[in-house]
Ligand binder design. Structure first.
Ligand code: SF4
Length: 397
């Protein structure tokens, strides 16, 4: 039986291929720390220290909380912390350091004298057994209770986006910890899930019914079953790929990662792949421009023929024939037309297989086997070019 966690299941949901690399192939990669994660971690450490002092009845002052934060920041900060995303927004490491100080200062003012609950655990780590026998990892920033049997599962968040009620009520991570609390503390009358949204100095709070927790647990077990029986792990390219640490192992990004390491533009341009893509995209652009030019010329030829009242235009070596013809325009809603054609027994004379739809149906397994048996499925390649960053796709086969 394996150990699962919210993060493990989310990895599979976000990109099955990334899941395979991380949890099945167990590929170890260096995970760079971003300035956002670093600041969050320092804030967590400072708050953990604050509540520890409170537990041991030590004096708590805002100045010592901030001093602790500054000290751990200075001790742990290193130049390899990534501030790429922050820099795009014009922010530097020091802005983050000050942001963290403000979060702590606001939290201190709002929560002092820190008697909102009896603290039962800080950075609590445990595991619980799921109904299917697998283990679920539990990690709670702050766990507490009051004398009325209310338990509190708290998470510190340093995100720049407030969690709304809908999101809090749908959050799986803390909800699963409710089950752990109910199991561990039999006197629990309620379990409140609290996200301390430090950037807003507000809390998002949610609570789950027993039915909701039962449903959630079932969903998790079903998801684990799906993961364990998966034989294919497709790549799911989304905006999250920007932060994926497996780009060098991912076929959709490894060539780009290899190019990023080229020290000079010349070496980059000399890469065989770069040359092929550059030439291919140049041809696609030329074909596109030629197509447009052809359409424009066709229009001009028609105009010329209409003006001269002629149907043949002569060039140096070729001549162009310009003939008017009757073209039908199909109705937007074709159902009535199809029904009538079928009724009159002429449908089979004019109907054609929608190849794209049929192909997709066969490949996705939506067509019955005895039909599929009549076609041959072979491997083919589709080559398309698009901008490296989001932009208009130029297709090609
Ligand atoms: S880069 Fe994107 S597609 Fe590739 S493994 Fe990572 S998340 Fe998946």
């Amino acid at each position: 039986m394996a150990m699962y966690s919210h993060s493990r299941v989310s990895t599979y949901e976000n990109c099955p291929y990334q899941y395979k690399l991380r949890y099945i192939d167990k590929i170890r990669v260096e995970i760079p720390t971003t300035i956002e994660a670093f600041m969050g971690s320092m804030v967590h450490q400072a708050l953990e220290d604050l509540y520890k002092k409170k537990k041991f009845k030590k004096r708590i002052a805002k100045s010592s909380l901030i001093k602790f934060y500054r000290d751990v920041w200075d001790k742990n900060y290193s130049d390899d912390i990534l501030i790429v995303k922050a820099e795009k927004e014009g922010l530097k490491a020091d802005n983050y350091r000050k942001m963290g100080e403000r979060f702590l200062s606001d939290y201190f003012d709002r929560m002092k004298p820190f008697e909102e609950m009896t603290i039962l655990g800080l950075e609590t780590q445990d595991r619980m057994t799921l109904p299917d026998g697998n283990q679920w990892h539990v990690r709670i920033d702050k766990l507490g209770c009051d004398d009325k049997g209310n338990y509190y599962v708290c998470d510190y968040k340093t995100n720049a986006r407030m969690k709304d009620q809908e999101e809090a009520d749908a959050d799986r991570q803390l909800a699963m910890y409710s089950i752990w609390v109910q199991d561990k503390f039999k006197d629990a009358k309620s379990v409140k899930l609290i996200w301390h949204m430090l950037a807003f100095n507000r809390d998002a709070v949610s609570e789950r019914t027993d039915e909701q927790l039962e449903k959630l647990q079932k969903e998790i077990c079903n998801k684990i079953k799906e993961i364990e029986s998966a034989t294919e792990f497709p790549r799911n390219q989304t905006a999250l790929c920007d932060y994926c640490v497996y780009k060098e192992q991912c076929p959709s990004f490894s060539h780009g990662a290899e190019l990023d390491k080229k020290p000079t533009i010349k070496e980059f341009k000399d890469d065989e792949g770069v040359k092929l893509v550059d030439e291919f995209s140049e041809i696609k652009k030329l074909l596109y421009d030629l197509k447009k030019r052809e359409e424009r010329l066709r229009g001009s030829l028609v105009e010329f023929a209409k003006q001269k009242k002629i149907d043949t235009i002569y060039g140096s070596n070729m001549k162009a024939s310009v003939k008017e013809f009757d073209k039908i325009v199909m109705p937007e809603d074709k159902e009535e037309l199809i029904a009538l054609m079928k009724k009159k027994g002429i449908w089979d004379d004019f109907a054609a297989i929608n190849f794209m739809k049929f192909q997709s149906g066969v490949v996705k397994g939506n067509v019955e086997d005895d039909v599929v048996r009549l076609v041959e499925i072979v491997k083919a390649w589709r080559v398309s070019v698009s901008k490296k960053k989001a932009g208009g796709e130029v297709e090609g086969e």
